[in-house]
Design a protein around this ligand. Sequence first.
Ligand SMILES: Cc1ncc(COP(=O)(O)O)c(C=O)c1O
Length: 367
Amino acid sequence: MERERPDTPFVLLDRDKLEANIAAMAAFSRAAGVALRPHVKAHKTSEIALKQLAAGAVGVTVTTLKEAEVMYGGGVKNIFLACQLADSGKIRRLFSLGEKAEVSVALDSNEGALLLAGAAKERKRRLSVLLEVNTGLDRCGVLPGKETLELAREVMKMPGLRLKGIFTHAGQVYGASSPAEVSAIGRQEGELMVKTAEILRQAGIPVEVVSVGSTPTACVAGMVKGVTEIRPGNYVFYDAIQVGLGVVPAQRCALSVVATVISKPVPGRIVIDAGSKSLALDRGAHGTTVVEGYGIIKKYPHLTLARLSEEHGIIQSAPEGGREPEIGEQLEIIPNHACVVVNLADHLVVARDGEIVERWQVKARGH
Ligand SMILES: Cc1ncc(COP(=O)(O)O)c(C=O)c1O
């Protein structure tokens, strides 16, 4: 039991809410009959990944080699690297991980496929790959349908590669302006992928995995018949962006940044000791702006955290007055984007019933 309260700012994690969020997504995946492979970029912490696996996740998704290596070190044996690799150092690290764990990796070009196939041949190994399909985020990925089929045909000619399936991330959902739009994007994500998988199968190419998902779309895309796997990440915490999109109410958010009021220099201005180096400047995800201010101040939701310097946050009190915090008071702030906040912290301070019980190291932060 660790009871000492750290100096502010620090990242506080409500263990009951975390476990409830993990259990709810696991229950959805079981009911929908789809595998759950959570994206651990959200927490970068082995303790949380192990809870996700214990709740029924089949493995994890990562974006970086460091995340993959930390997860393996923490006991995770099944890892999908959802990012293209184009340099020999990272490819070497992937293969060395593949000697100990079941790994698969993203692919979206013939050039990338040749690089991986060459490395596999050198090592006399076979690497599992999933083709990334662009269902609207316009980041990586080939287009659904014909373009995916063309790449799949090339990959099938490369003996070092085993084509396991296709995946997508409909991150454009973070620009949605209503819950109805969130649902429409999720449905389209699932349907485009199932159709693409069918086109490949009709051409004689086996597709075992049809993987979709973001936190807002997982429970919609995951219901489309033919989808086999969902990969939400942020859902373990949720945050002010998810609340703004209407995905969950603020009460479901498990993570907050704790800050102290350090100054009230003039009426209407309340200054805290947390700025962009703990709360981050995100106002949306993938380049969108969907929320006002820089977080939800839990006890004072009517106040706006309007500006951030690096180590200061400036709260505007409401023009119509109302309750406001005093100098020395600690505030819990639900950050806009929890995944980025976690990457800025060394530890998550874990609490149960308001009492600090543990500290988990964010081992895969940085890099
Ligand atoms: C490829 C991929 N899959 C899954 C996710 C998880 O999505 P979310 O952050 O909405 O939980 C992400 C997030 O960026 C991603 O890039």
